[in-house]
Write a protein that binds this ligand. Structure first.
Ligand SMILES: [Zn+2]
Length: 438
């Protein structure tokens, strides 16, 4: 007797990411109650299962849903607001003044809807976010059905959201408690950066992370100036200071990690920290080229992040895979550096490892959640195709994503989001564009 399942997805190719270097042809994924129960050849799948719904994708590649390991979703409203400036001028002259005037619950909810929709359409099924009003991002991502880890942001200085570090933490923890039982929304502690958070706050954050078993999500060693300032103000490099404050550990996700000495890398490796590599943001703000291949050689979980749309200017992990691979080749002078399969692994399984979610997501394996991205390949300018993994990284873009599932639930079908219309999204973008102009 065939076994009943909720969903059978039949595809031309499946790249499960685990085991490594595997591409399956003419296979199907069986899904029951949000979980992958089997991946097997088409004929076997049809004989073994009767599915409530069967989706046939004969021109498609299935990959695990992509994991955006560093984002500021709500900043999508500031896409293209200020370009071609270095980090500090970009923050001080454009971003912080706009946030001071406009940041609010509605701003963050609307920006997060725009961002979440953009990510789902581009095959991203999990977002590790850091921004003010995380409850508004939770609301938006819950509506869209995007899996997320939301940062409880901490800064010493006041914003529209909170008055001081204690107030940020109090508000963040209240949101964490309110959303505690949500199946797709989780939380991290998100001290913004070593230069915006005091030692006292870091000690409290470290203790809370241990007590609540939460990741710590922090910008780290992004620019050369950050390190010079830290040496001047604390007599230590930021990573050394974080180590002495007890912040480095397997639950730490250091974002950027551009400027690193061999000793910095050894410290990160010793404490088994994870890294969110954001190649486009680093290139656009001229922060530098992160030593991604050396970090990977140290065994660190190096995932990929888009950063916010204000500094990228898109939330597109296909582009990040492409840029990460090319930047690694350029900066090492080695064409074999960061090959396509490693770029795909960074955008999926490494991101899951960094978030401590690799038992649940990051690869297509029985027992894991059915977070799946289908990419259609049938345009003449994308053919021929000899290796689907190479095509995912070097040829296909997010425009080719056709269908997306999160936790076995379909979020996009034939290129159309199921939870929100383009009309509503266009309305949101126009509304805030007009407000910023006033
Ligand atoms: Zn960032």
């Amino acid at each position: 007797m065939p076994t009943p399942v909720d969903l059978l997805i039949e595809a031309r190719w499946i790249i499960p990411v685990e085991p490594d270097d595997t591409t399956l042809e003419h296979h199907a994924i069986a899904v029951e109650r949000g979980k992958i129960v089997a991946i097997l050849p088409l004929a076997d799948a049809r004989a073994r299962f009767t599915a409530a719904k069967t989706v046939s994708l004969p021109e498609h590649i299935l990959i695990p849903g992509l994991i955006n390991l560093h984002c500021h979703a709500a900043m999508t409203l500031m896409r293209g607001l200020a370009d071609d400036l270095p980090l500090m001028r970009w923050l001080q002259e454009a971003i912080w003044p706009t946030e001071a005037r406009h940041a609010s619950h509605a701003f963050v909810r609307d920006g997060s809807l725009l961002a979440g929709a953009e990510m789902l359409r581009g095959g991203i099924t999990t977002c590790n976010d850091m921004y003010f009003f995380p409850e508004a991002t939770a609301e938006a991502f819950d509506r869209l059905g995007l899996r997320a880890v939301l940062g409880m942001t901490v800064l010493e200085f006041p914003s529209q959201y909170a008055a001081d570090a204690d107030d940020y933490l109090r508000k963040g923890l209240a949101t964490h408690d309110a959303w505690r039982d949500h199946p797709l929304i989780r939380f991290a502690l998100a001290p913004h950066a070593p230069y915006t958070v005091s030692n006292t706050s870091f000690e409290r954050i470290g203790a809370l992370a241990d007590e609540l078993e939460l990741p710590i999500h922090i910008h780290l060693h992004e620019t050369a100036g950050e390190i010079a300032d830290s040496l001047r103000d604390f007599g230590q490099r930021p990573i050394t200071r974080m180590e002495s404050l007890g912040i480095l550990g397997p639950n730490l996700i250091g974002v950027h990690a551009v400027h690193l000495t061999p000793e910095d890398m050894e410290r990160l490796a010793l404490h088994q920290c994870a890294i969110a590599h954001c190649p486009t943001s680093n290139m656009k703000l001229a922060s530098g080229a992160a030593p991604s291949t050396r970090l990977l050689d140290h065994g660190l979980a190096v995932g990929l992040g888009s950063d916010g749309a204000a500094s990228n200017n898109r939330l597109d992990l296909f582009r990040e895979m492409h840029q990460a691979s090319l930047l690694a080749k350029l900066s090492t002078g080695d064409a074999s550096a960061l090959p396509a399969r490693q770029a795909l692994r960074m955008a999926t399984l490494n991101g899951a490892r960094a978030l401590g979610l690799d038992k649940e997501i990051g690869s297509l394996l029985p027992g894991k959640a059915a977070d799946i991205c289908a990419i259609r390949i049938n345009d003449p300018d994308e053919l021929p195709c000899f290796d689907p993994v190479s095509h995912v990284v070097y040829v296909l873009g997010r425009h080719a994503v056709s269908d997306v599932w999160v936790d076995g639930q379909q979020r996009m079908e034939h290129g159309k989001l199921l939870q929100i219309t383009n009309t509503e999204l266009l309305g949101i973008a126009r509304l805030w564009q007009n407000r910023f102009r006033q």
